[in-house]
Design a protein around this ligand. Structure first.
Ligand code: SAM
Length: 302
């Protein structure tokens, strides 16, 4: 999503190593490689299935591509292992891929029944472990903090009741418990957005530790950028966008002089290129409704 905009902000006419930290099915990567012969691409994803597809699509550019299965918070280590010091650009297009969303058995989708998994990569807790194992207060907190769900308490209580009877194994089981818990306030009614959407978002973030991963990625990425190097992040909900906005703002301010209260220009390492996040055009949203919530922020290393 926002492929043309992301490419433009990356200013990829400068030759060098560009990291696509969420290479997914290789859409952004393909665009970069085919338009800019000086781009060498290091693509990272924690999803082995996605990497297989990316490898297939990027085959014509194999001599300029390295793909690594790994997590964003390991960026430093991945770059060191690949023998890369400074990078010309870093792109992150967060969230889930269409492959993850469309396959019911991955457990991400509200629209498809499947096991409650939600792991983007191989290891760690599944959504099933969390829903059936976390204490009530922790579930409530996750739904509130990661889902901005106003009825977090009521839903957590309903889950505890349900799981005392049966194990919650599937996406539809979970969705139905949440729908019933919210019914007192109108339930599904004629709403366009499913009442369980925020709970699903919250669980996905918890399972994949998405916010911590993002924070580490952006901080490590900024340190690796060469002068004039670009960072571009596309996020899909306000929690992610806030993290990116705050890190970029702090890095662009530099140290504040305790006497004058002004930023010291010599410690400013970054220029933010997007005062407001860039949103997809109406025609992109019409073509691809999932792009509706996308927001792009970009910065340039000084
Ligand atoms: C929206 S998709 C990227 C789509 C890609 N830009 C394209 O054009 O095909 C996001 C991808 O990022 C991966 N991902 C998300 N968080 C990650 C993390 N912390 N570490 C590694 N990969 C991650 C997901 O597995 C998914 O494949």
């Amino acid at each position: 999503m926002l492929v043309a905009e992301a490419t433009e902000f990356l200013d990829a006419g400068r030759p060098g190593v560009y990291v696509d930290a969420t290479v997914g099915l290789g859409g952004h990567a393909l665009h970069l490689l085919s338009h800019y012969p000086g781009v060498r691409l290091l693509g990272i994803d924690r999803d082995a299935e996605a990497l297989d597809e990316a490898r297939r699509r990027l085959e014509p550019f194999a001599d300029r591509v390295v793909l690594v299965e790994g997590e964003n918070e390991r960026l430093d280590e991945i770059l060191d292992d690949a023998g890369v010091g400074r990078i010309a650009g870093l792109l992150a297009d967060l969230g889930v891929s269409s492959l993850q969303l469309d396959k019911g058995e991955r457990g991400f989708s509200l629209q498809r029944d499947g096991p409650l998994d939600m792991r983007m990569g191989g290891g760690g807790l599944t959504a099933r472990d969390i829903v059936n194992g976390y204490p009530e207060a922790k579930l409530e907190q996750i739904f509130r903090d990661h889902g901005e769900e106003q009825e977090a308490r009521r839903i957590a209580r309903a889950l505890i009741r349900e799981r005392s009877q049966v194990t919650i194994e599937t996406t539809f089981q979970l969705r139905d418990v949440v729908r019933r818990a919210k019914r007192g306030d109108g339930g599904r009614g004629h709403r366009r957005i499913d009442p369980a959407t925020k709970v699903f978002q919250a669980l996905r973030i918890e399972v994949n530790q998405e916010l911590q991963q993002l924070e580490t990625l952006v901080k490590q990425g900024l340190k690796r950028l060469e002068t004039a190097g670009r960072l571009v992040v596309i996020s899909y909900h306000s929690l992610e966008d806030r993290i990116v906005k705050n890190i970029l703002r702090d890095a662009s301010r530099g140290d504040v002089d305790p006497v004058t209260g002004r930023s010291r220009s010599e410690t400013q390492v970054l220029e933010v290129l997007t005062k407001k996040p860039v949103r997809p055009s109406e025609s992109e949203v019409a073509r691809n409704p999932r792009s509706r919530s996308a927001r792009l922020r970009a910065a340039r290393r000084l």
